[in-house]
Design a binder for this molecule. Structure first.
Ligand code: URA
Length: 212
């Protein structure tokens, strides 16, 4: 599994404000969007393209364009929704599917409660967006789900990751059987005993959308 930490100073600057508990929800949402657009630039480095002949006002030439079938972006509900705008800004022609997953706060076990995805992802590149890679269980379940629908290449984009979760995902990916890439804004120090990333930013869903 390729792991890429996009440690650009602008990303770290925005992450610092995102982490700060004084940052209100509207600012948090705007920063999350801006961060994702920066991370998406790295995450799409291997997006598939095809040759595209055009004529400039001066000469005929061959450029490139995104290949068909177009990539699919899959936010993990609910917190992944806060990353969607930033991602589609960079990939406006991508399709968007949804995967709803929830973590039991006692056992930290993850279960899927909803999905809206193409019937087949055969031959599709998929970009999974989920702000927090904590235990890694959500991402592993999402990867298996998408692989079973036919996805043949997955990139996960996360704002923050915990070393424990990244190691767990890395181990599971060996059995998933398709290329998986991970693009993160930062690898933090650790997970605490409640499964929160330290120093992290708290509950990403709550900070985006309030406690519901
Ligand atoms: N999910 C969150 O929203 N925050 C964490 O720190 C871990 C999981």
């Amino acid at each position: 599994m390729q792991v890429h930490v996009a440690d650009h100073p602008l990303i770290q600057h925005k992450l610092t404000y995102l982490r700060d508990k004084r940052t209100d929800s509207p600012t948090f949402r705007r920063l999350a969007e801006e961060l994702v657009t920066l991370l998406a630039y790295e995450a799409t480095r291997e997006v598939r393209t095809e040759p595209f002949p055009i004529e400039t006002p001066v000469a005929a030439t061959t450029g490139i364009k995104l290949a068909n079938p177009k990539p699919v972006i899959v936010p993990i509900l609910r917190a992944g929704l806060g990353m969607l705008e930033g991602m589609v800004r960079l990939l406006p022609s991508a399709e968007v599917g949804f995967l709803g997953m929830v973590r039991d706060e006692e056992t930290l076990e993850v279960s899927a409660y909803a999905n809206r995805l193409p019937e087949s992802l055969h031959g599709r590149q998929v970009f999974v967006i989920d702000p927090m890679l904590a235990t890694g269980h959500t991402l592993i379940m999402a990867f298996e789900f998408l692989r079973d629908l036919g996805a043949d290449d997955i990139t996960a984009v996360c704002l923050l990751g915990a070393p424990e979760g990244i190691a767990t995902v890395e181990e599971a990916v060996a059995d998933i059987g398709i290329p998986v890439r991970l693009v993160l804004g930062s690898i933090d120090e650790k997970l605490n005993d409640k499964g929160y990333i330290v120093p992290g930013l708290g509950d990403a869903g709550d900070r985006l959308y309030g406690v519901v």
